[in-house]
Design a protein around this ligand. Structure first.
Ligand SMILES: [Zn+2]
Length: 345
Protein backbone atom coordinates (compact mmCIF):
# COMPACT_ATOMS: atom_id res chain seq x y z
CA UNK A 1 0.00 0.00 0.00
CA UNK A 2 2.81 2.31 0.97
CA UNK A 3 4.65 1.45 -2.25
CA UNK A 4 1.56 2.25 -4.30
CA UNK A 5 1.19 5.64 -2.57
CA UNK A 6 4.80 6.56 -3.33
CA UNK A 7 4.35 5.41 -6.90
CA UNK A 8 1.14 7.40 -7.36
CA UNK A 9 2.73 10.49 -5.82
CA UNK A 10 5.64 10.16 -8.25
CA UNK A 11 3.20 9.65 -11.08
CA UNK A 12 1.38 12.87 -10.20
CA UNK A 13 4.66 14.76 -9.93
CA UNK A 14 5.69 13.45 -13.34
CA UNK A 15 2.36 13.98 -15.05
CA UNK A 16 1.56 17.52 -13.86
CA UNK A 17 4.37 19.21 -15.84
CA UNK A 18 3.37 17.21 -18.91
CA UNK A 19 -0.22 18.38 -18.50
CA UNK A 20 0.91 21.98 -18.06
CA UNK A 21 3.05 21.82 -21.19
CA UNK A 22 0.25 20.09 -23.13
CA UNK A 23 -2.27 22.70 -21.97
CA UNK A 24 0.08 25.48 -23.00
CA UNK A 25 0.64 23.90 -26.41
CA UNK A 26 -3.08 23.32 -26.95
CA UNK A 27 -3.80 26.86 -25.86
CA UNK A 28 -1.23 28.07 -28.36
CA UNK A 29 -2.74 26.07 -31.18
CA UNK A 30 -6.25 27.30 -30.42
CA UNK A 31 -5.27 30.87 -29.73
CA UNK A 32 -7.66 33.06 -31.58
CA UNK A 33 -6.57 35.82 -33.91
CA UNK A 34 -6.34 39.12 -32.10
CA UNK A 35 -6.82 41.20 -35.22
CA UNK A 36 -9.15 41.08 -38.15
CA UNK A 37 -6.99 42.31 -41.04
CA UNK A 38 -8.59 42.15 -44.47
CA UNK A 39 -5.57 41.56 -46.67
CA UNK A 40 -6.25 42.22 -50.38
CA UNK A 41 -3.12 40.18 -51.21
CA UNK A 42 -4.14 37.12 -49.14
CA UNK A 43 -4.71 35.00 -52.26
CA UNK A 44 -1.38 35.90 -53.88
CA UNK A 45 1.24 33.15 -54.21
CA UNK A 46 4.30 35.43 -54.16
CA UNK A 47 6.63 32.74 -55.47
CA UNK A 48 4.48 32.01 -58.51
CA UNK A 49 2.44 35.08 -59.42
CA UNK A 50 3.75 37.49 -62.05
CA UNK A 51 3.57 41.29 -61.89
CA UNK A 52 1.91 42.95 -64.89
CA UNK A 53 1.61 46.64 -65.81
CA UNK A 54 -1.95 47.83 -66.41
CA UNK A 55 -3.54 51.07 -67.59
CA UNK A 56 -7.29 51.42 -67.23
CA UNK A 57 -7.97 54.92 -68.62
CA UNK A 58 -6.91 55.69 -72.21
CA UNK A 59 -8.30 57.70 -75.14
CA UNK A 60 -7.94 57.41 -78.90
CA UNK A 61 -9.11 59.29 -81.99
CA UNK A 62 -12.51 57.62 -81.41
CA UNK A 63 -13.11 60.33 -78.78
CA UNK A 64 -10.79 63.25 -77.98
CA UNK A 65 -7.43 61.47 -78.09
CA UNK A 66 -4.82 62.30 -80.74
CA UNK A 67 -3.53 58.76 -81.26
CA UNK A 68 -5.35 56.13 -83.30
CA UNK A 69 -6.28 52.92 -81.46
CA UNK A 70 -3.46 51.15 -83.31
CA UNK A 71 -0.88 53.76 -82.27
CA UNK A 72 -2.07 53.79 -78.66
CA UNK A 73 -1.98 50.00 -78.36
CA UNK A 74 1.48 49.86 -79.96
CA UNK A 75 2.93 52.53 -77.68
CA UNK A 76 1.69 50.83 -74.51
CA UNK A 77 2.90 47.48 -75.81
CA UNK A 78 6.36 48.98 -76.42
CA UNK A 79 6.48 50.09 -72.77
CA UNK A 80 5.73 46.65 -71.41
CA UNK A 81 2.12 47.34 -70.49
CA UNK A 82 0.32 44.00 -70.79
CA UNK A 83 -3.18 45.01 -69.62
CA UNK A 84 -4.93 47.89 -71.38
CA UNK A 85 -8.45 49.32 -71.44
CA UNK A 86 -9.26 51.79 -74.22
CA UNK A 87 -11.87 54.01 -72.54
CA UNK A 88 -13.10 56.54 -75.07
CA UNK A 89 -15.78 58.99 -73.94
CA UNK A 90 -19.29 57.80 -74.74
CA UNK A 91 -20.35 61.38 -75.50
CA UNK A 92 -18.13 61.92 -78.58
CA UNK A 93 -17.78 60.47 -82.08
CA UNK A 94 -18.73 56.93 -81.14
CA UNK A 95 -21.71 55.42 -79.38
CA UNK A 96 -20.01 52.15 -78.60
CA UNK A 97 -16.86 50.89 -76.97
CA UNK A 98 -13.51 50.97 -78.83
CA UNK A 99 -13.77 47.25 -79.31
CA UNK A 100 -12.66 44.67 -80.28
CA UNK A 101 -8.99 45.39 -80.98
CA UNK A 102 -9.18 43.17 -84.06
CA UNK A 103 -11.34 45.93 -85.63
CA UNK A 104 -8.16 48.05 -85.51
CA UNK A 105 -5.93 45.31 -86.84
CA UNK A 106 -4.46 44.41 -83.47
CA UNK A 107 -4.72 41.04 -81.74
CA UNK A 108 -4.06 41.15 -77.99
CA UNK A 109 -3.13 37.48 -77.93
CA UNK A 110 -0.40 37.94 -80.55
CA UNK A 111 0.86 40.99 -78.64
CA UNK A 112 0.89 39.08 -75.33
CA UNK A 113 -1.62 41.51 -73.85
CA UNK A 114 -5.04 41.43 -72.22
CA UNK A 115 -7.56 43.85 -73.71
CA UNK A 116 -10.32 45.04 -71.41
CA UNK A 117 -13.49 46.38 -72.99
CA UNK A 118 -14.38 49.73 -71.45
CA UNK A 119 -15.66 53.24 -71.77
CA UNK A 120 -15.57 56.57 -69.94
CA UNK A 121 -19.21 57.37 -69.30
CA UNK A 122 -19.02 61.15 -69.36
CA UNK A 123 -22.39 62.87 -69.07
CA UNK A 124 -22.23 63.16 -65.26
CA UNK A 125 -19.25 62.40 -62.91
CA UNK A 126 -16.96 60.57 -65.33
CA UNK A 127 -17.03 56.86 -64.61
CA UNK A 128 -14.80 54.12 -65.98
CA UNK A 129 -16.94 51.21 -67.12
CA UNK A 130 -15.25 47.81 -67.64
CA UNK A 131 -16.01 44.30 -68.85
CA UNK A 132 -19.15 45.37 -70.74
CA UNK A 133 -20.20 47.21 -73.90
CA UNK A 134 -22.07 50.16 -72.36
CA UNK A 135 -21.71 52.97 -74.87
CA UNK A 136 -24.02 55.90 -75.27
CA UNK A 137 -25.34 56.73 -71.80
CA UNK A 138 -28.39 58.95 -72.15
CA UNK A 139 -28.61 59.63 -68.42
CA UNK A 140 -28.78 62.48 -65.95
CA UNK A 141 -27.40 60.86 -62.79
CA UNK A 142 -24.53 58.74 -61.56
CA UNK A 143 -27.10 56.32 -60.11
CA UNK A 144 -28.45 55.64 -63.59
CA UNK A 145 -24.93 55.00 -64.94
CA UNK A 146 -23.97 52.66 -62.11
CA UNK A 147 -27.25 50.74 -62.29
CA UNK A 148 -26.70 50.17 -66.01
CA UNK A 149 -23.07 49.04 -65.56
CA UNK A 150 -24.32 46.63 -62.89
CA UNK A 151 -27.12 45.37 -65.12
CA UNK A 152 -24.53 44.58 -67.79
CA UNK A 153 -22.34 42.72 -65.32
CA UNK A 154 -19.52 45.28 -65.45
CA UNK A 155 -17.21 46.93 -62.94
CA UNK A 156 -16.85 50.69 -62.36
CA UNK A 157 -14.23 53.18 -61.16
CA UNK A 158 -14.82 56.87 -60.42
CA UNK A 159 -12.44 58.96 -62.57
CA UNK A 160 -10.61 62.17 -61.53
CA UNK A 161 -12.94 62.97 -58.63
CA UNK A 162 -11.12 66.27 -58.03
CA UNK A 163 -12.87 67.73 -61.06
CA UNK A 164 -16.25 67.56 -59.31
CA UNK A 165 -17.68 68.97 -56.14
CA UNK A 166 -18.96 65.87 -54.43
CA UNK A 167 -18.82 65.35 -50.68
CA UNK A 168 -17.22 62.39 -48.93
CA UNK A 169 -20.75 61.43 -47.82
CA UNK A 170 -21.88 61.31 -51.46
CA UNK A 171 -19.01 58.98 -52.37
CA UNK A 172 -19.63 56.77 -49.35
CA UNK A 173 -23.29 56.43 -50.34
CA UNK A 174 -22.26 55.42 -53.88
CA UNK A 175 -19.88 52.74 -52.60
CA UNK A 176 -22.49 51.50 -50.14
CA UNK A 177 -25.12 51.21 -52.86
CA UNK A 178 -23.13 49.67 -55.75
CA UNK A 179 -20.88 46.68 -54.96
CA UNK A 180 -19.56 46.67 -58.54
CA UNK A 181 -18.25 50.22 -58.00
CA UNK A 182 -14.83 49.04 -56.91
CA UNK A 183 -12.41 51.92 -57.32
CA UNK A 184 -11.41 55.55 -57.03
CA UNK A 185 -8.84 57.14 -59.34
CA UNK A 186 -6.21 58.64 -57.02
CA UNK A 187 -3.58 59.56 -59.64
CA UNK A 188 -4.65 60.95 -63.04
CA UNK A 189 -2.42 62.05 -65.93
CA UNK A 190 0.66 62.48 -63.73
CA UNK A 191 -0.82 64.01 -60.62
CA UNK A 192 -3.42 66.52 -61.76
CA UNK A 193 -5.62 66.16 -58.66
CA UNK A 194 -3.45 65.53 -55.58
CA UNK A 195 -6.44 66.07 -53.29
CA UNK A 196 -8.01 62.90 -54.63
CA UNK A 197 -5.82 60.85 -52.31
CA UNK A 198 -7.09 62.88 -49.35
CA UNK A 199 -10.67 62.25 -50.44
CA UNK A 200 -9.87 58.55 -50.85
CA UNK A 201 -8.45 58.42 -47.31
CA UNK A 202 -11.55 60.19 -46.00
CA UNK A 203 -13.82 57.66 -47.71
CA UNK A 204 -11.78 54.76 -46.30
CA UNK A 205 -11.91 56.30 -42.82
CA UNK A 206 -15.65 56.93 -42.91
CA UNK A 207 -17.73 54.95 -40.43
CA UNK A 208 -20.50 54.54 -42.97
CA UNK A 209 -18.52 52.18 -45.19
CA UNK A 210 -17.81 48.54 -44.43
CA UNK A 211 -15.59 47.63 -47.35
CA UNK A 212 -12.49 48.74 -49.14
CA UNK A 213 -12.32 51.01 -52.17
CA UNK A 214 -9.32 50.35 -54.44
CA UNK A 215 -7.04 53.18 -55.57
CA UNK A 216 -6.16 53.39 -59.29
CA UNK A 217 -3.36 55.32 -61.02
CA UNK A 218 -4.15 56.00 -64.67
CA UNK A 219 -2.59 57.98 -67.52
CA UNK A 220 -5.95 59.30 -68.78
CA UNK A 221 -3.92 59.37 -71.98
CA UNK A 222 -5.15 61.80 -74.65
CA UNK A 223 -1.81 62.64 -76.29
CA UNK A 224 0.60 59.68 -76.75
CA UNK A 225 3.60 61.99 -76.72
CA UNK A 226 2.90 63.85 -73.49
CA UNK A 227 0.43 61.87 -71.39
CA UNK A 228 1.69 58.34 -71.74
CA UNK A 229 3.67 56.80 -69.00
CA UNK A 230 3.70 58.29 -65.52
CA UNK A 231 0.84 56.23 -64.19
CA UNK A 232 0.07 52.56 -64.12
CA UNK A 233 -1.03 49.73 -61.86
CA UNK A 234 0.82 46.52 -61.12
CA UNK A 235 -1.41 43.48 -61.11
CA UNK A 236 -0.43 40.22 -59.40
CA UNK A 237 -1.64 37.35 -61.56
CA UNK A 238 -1.14 33.58 -61.81
CA UNK A 239 -1.81 33.90 -65.54
CA UNK A 240 -2.38 36.77 -67.96
CA UNK A 241 -6.10 36.51 -68.70
CA UNK A 242 -9.13 38.80 -68.59
CA UNK A 243 -10.71 36.56 -65.94
CA UNK A 244 -7.75 36.98 -63.60
CA UNK A 245 -7.53 40.72 -64.27
CA UNK A 246 -11.17 41.04 -63.30
CA UNK A 247 -10.67 38.99 -60.16
CA UNK A 248 -7.57 41.03 -59.29
CA UNK A 249 -9.30 44.39 -59.50
CA UNK A 250 -12.30 43.05 -57.59
CA UNK A 251 -10.07 41.74 -54.78
CA UNK A 252 -7.62 44.65 -54.78
CA UNK A 253 -4.65 42.39 -55.60
CA UNK A 254 -2.70 45.19 -57.28
CA UNK A 255 -0.50 48.20 -56.54
CA UNK A 256 -0.82 51.72 -57.88
CA UNK A 257 2.24 53.39 -59.41
CA UNK A 258 3.17 57.03 -59.90
CA UNK A 259 6.45 57.33 -61.83
CA UNK A 260 7.28 60.92 -62.91
CA UNK A 261 10.21 59.64 -65.02
CA UNK A 262 7.96 57.23 -66.91
CA UNK A 263 8.44 53.62 -67.99
CA UNK A 264 12.04 54.22 -69.02
CA UNK A 265 13.11 56.12 -65.90
CA UNK A 266 14.97 54.85 -62.83
CA UNK A 267 13.85 51.38 -61.70
CA UNK A 268 10.87 51.33 -59.39
CA UNK A 269 10.79 49.76 -55.96
CA UNK A 270 9.76 46.11 -56.26
CA UNK A 271 7.41 44.53 -53.74
CA UNK A 272 8.45 40.88 -53.43
CA UNK A 273 5.90 39.84 -50.83
CA UNK A 274 3.51 41.07 -48.18
CA UNK A 275 2.85 38.95 -45.11
CA UNK A 276 0.21 39.48 -42.45
CA UNK A 277 0.35 37.99 -38.94
CA UNK A 278 -3.19 38.02 -37.57
CA UNK A 279 -2.16 36.94 -34.07
CA UNK A 280 0.41 39.66 -33.61
CA UNK A 281 -1.26 42.27 -35.78
CA UNK A 282 1.86 42.72 -37.92
CA UNK A 283 2.08 43.55 -41.63
CA UNK A 284 5.47 43.12 -43.30
CA UNK A 285 6.48 44.27 -46.78
CA UNK A 286 9.50 42.63 -48.37
CA UNK A 287 10.66 45.09 -51.04
CA UNK A 288 13.82 46.12 -52.84
CA UNK A 289 15.04 49.32 -54.45
CA UNK A 290 13.26 51.72 -52.13
CA UNK A 291 14.22 54.53 -49.83
CA UNK A 292 11.28 54.56 -47.46
CA UNK A 293 7.99 52.86 -46.67
CA UNK A 294 5.29 55.06 -45.18
CA UNK A 295 2.18 53.63 -43.55
CA UNK A 296 -0.95 55.75 -43.75
CA UNK A 297 -4.11 55.54 -41.68
CA UNK A 298 -6.86 58.17 -41.43
CA UNK A 299 -4.98 60.18 -44.04
CA UNK A 300 -1.78 60.66 -42.04
CA UNK A 301 1.58 58.90 -41.91
CA UNK A 302 1.46 56.77 -38.76
CA UNK A 303 4.65 54.72 -39.18
CA UNK A 304 7.78 54.29 -41.28
CA UNK A 305 9.59 51.02 -42.03
CA UNK A 306 9.03 47.68 -43.72
CA UNK A 307 7.12 46.22 -40.75
CA UNK A 308 4.20 47.72 -38.85
CA UNK A 309 2.89 46.40 -35.53
CA UNK A 310 -0.64 47.71 -35.22
CA UNK A 311 -0.78 47.65 -31.40
CA UNK A 312 2.22 49.98 -31.25
CA UNK A 313 0.59 52.75 -33.26
CA UNK A 314 -0.77 55.77 -31.42
CA UNK A 315 -3.06 56.63 -34.34
CA UNK A 316 -4.94 53.85 -36.07
CA UNK A 317 -8.25 54.03 -37.84
CA UNK A 318 -10.27 51.53 -39.84
CA UNK A 319 -7.59 50.88 -42.44
CA UNK A 320 -3.88 51.12 -43.09
CA UNK A 321 -2.04 51.33 -46.41
CA UNK A 322 1.59 51.70 -47.47
CA UNK A 323 3.47 53.88 -49.95
CA UNK A 324 6.90 52.60 -51.00
CA UNK A 325 9.06 55.48 -52.23
CA UNK A 326 12.10 55.42 -54.50
CA UNK A 327 15.22 57.41 -53.58
CA UNK A 328 15.52 60.17 -56.21
CA UNK A 329 12.97 59.66 -58.97
CA UNK A 330 9.92 60.63 -56.91
CA UNK A 331 8.31 57.31 -57.84
CA UNK A 332 5.75 55.75 -55.55
CA UNK A 333 4.40 52.21 -55.47
CA UNK A 334 1.35 52.03 -53.22
CA UNK A 335 -0.52 49.14 -51.67
CA UNK A 336 -4.26 48.95 -51.44
CA UNK A 337 -5.78 49.51 -48.00
CA UNK A 338 -5.88 46.75 -45.41
CA UNK A 339 -9.09 47.11 -43.39
CA UNK A 340 -8.34 46.44 -39.75
CA UNK A 341 -10.29 45.74 -36.62
CA UNK A 342 -8.98 44.66 -33.21
CA UNK A 343 -10.99 41.68 -31.93
CA UNK A 344 -12.30 41.60 -28.36
CA UNK A 345 -10.25 39.20 -26.21
ZN1 LIG B 1 -10.52 60.35 -69.60
Amino acid sequence: MKKWRVFSQRLVVAVIPILIVAAALTGCANREAEWDIQNPYAGVDWAKYQQHKANFHTHTTLSDGSGTPQEVIDRYHARGVTILALTDHDTMKTECTTWPWQAFDRDPEILGMVAIEGNEISRVHHIGSYFNDYGEADVDSEDAVLKEIGRRGGLAVLFHPGRYEKSVEWYVEMYRTYPHLIGFEIYNQGDRYPNDRKTWDSILADRGIERSVWGFSNDDMHNPRTHLGSNWNIMLLPELSAEWVRRGIEDGAFFFVYAPEGHKGAPLPVIKSITVDLQKGVIHIDATGYESIEWISQGIVVHRGDRVTLSELSTLGRYIRAEIRAADSGSIVGTQPFRIHPLAK
